[in-house]
Design a protein around this ligand. Structure first.
Ligand SMILES: [Zn+2]
Ligand SMILES: [Zn+2]
Length: 283
């Protein structure tokens, strides 16, 4: 895929309310405030927010153009708004921004859990270091509603690390860690420390996306889960304990059977070489 980031650089200044409405979010309540419906677009209850949610329908996020990344042929953003909110909470006078960051993290969770389509309002302007005490708010000069849908392609429920990807479908694939994280997320739902996993959820998601549901060793399709996702397991060919890199060249998606075999099979040493060769041939 060939992407030119310049194609999505915003060139006009449109109002947040109009873009949010274009994305399919109900904005009828914006007019319910003291200055009346004529000033709906500047209702402070809404117009400064970073995330807009139509429950169980869709999520709209305001993201900076300058934070766009090109990775593996996709446009992505990597964020941790939960950690950002915690940092803002420690600074006096940043309570409102902390709340907006929390709301953004919650919106990403909604999208990840319910596999909601994500729309992105791309913003350009002066990004201020809001973590600095007394700093001013960032200022948006131009914005546009990206015509392409986005998706939450990885969300680490323990840490809040999120990978947002343009033109990707939400959560079509799952591995053993996704399931464990979803279990712990629904079991605890507590604020957790910013401690980081050794495994980058974005790398696992990239391996699953590359495999497209087929075991990268035998080519068989992983099984379909009751919610429609396809299950495969991700495996570090050279284990992290042997200093194998947490990188797409070292992470392979395998059916559950071949994953166990890669760990415990009599021919596991030979299999390691085969797996490495398979990944070399794919790139
Ligand atoms: Zn297999
Ligand atoms: Zn493994």
């Amino acid at each position: 895929m060939n992407i030119d980031l310049e194609d999505i650089r915003p060139t006009t200044h449109q109002r947040v309310m109009d873009l949010v409405a274009d994305a399919g979010i109900d904005v009828s309540d914006w007019g319910n405030y003291k200055r009346g419906p004529d000033h709906a677009a500047s209702n402070p209850k809404y117009c400064y927010e970073w995330a807009f949610v139509e429950p169980e329908q869709r999520v709209v996020l305001c993201l900076w153009f300058d934070h766009m990344l090109e990775e593996e042929g996709y446009v992505r953003q990597r964020h941790n708004f939960r950690r950002f909110a915690m940092e803002l909470e420690r600074i006096s006078g940043k309570g409102t921004w902390a709340k907006r960051a929390r709301a953004l993290d919650t919106a990403i969770q909604d999208a990840a859990r319910d596999k909601l389509p994500l729309r992105v309002i791309i913003c350009e302007g002066e990004i201020r270091d809001v973590e600095e005490e007394g700093s001013e708010a960032s200022r948006v000069h131009r914005r546009l509603l990206d015509p392409q849908p986005w998706a939450v392609t990885a969300y680490d429920w323990m840490t809040g690390d999120a990978v947002l990807t343009r033109s990707a479908s939400p959560n079509a694939f799952a591995d053993q860690f996704t399931l464990a994280e979803e279990r712990s997320a629904s079991a605890q739902r507590v604020a957790v420390s910013g401690e980081k996993f050794v495994r980058d959820p974005g790398i696992r998601a990239a391996a699953l996306a590359r495999a497209q549901g087929q075991c990268e060793f035998c080519g068989e399709r992983g099984f379909s889960m009751s919610d429609g996702r396809t299950y495969l397991e991700t495996h570090h060919i050279i284990p992290l304990s042997e200093d194998g890199p947490d990188a797409t060249e070292n992470v392979i998606a395998l059916c559950a059977n071949h994953h166990r075999e890669a760990h415990y099979g009599i021919g596991r040493q030979k299999m390691r070489e085969t797996l490495q060769a398979k990944l070399r041939n794919r790139s």
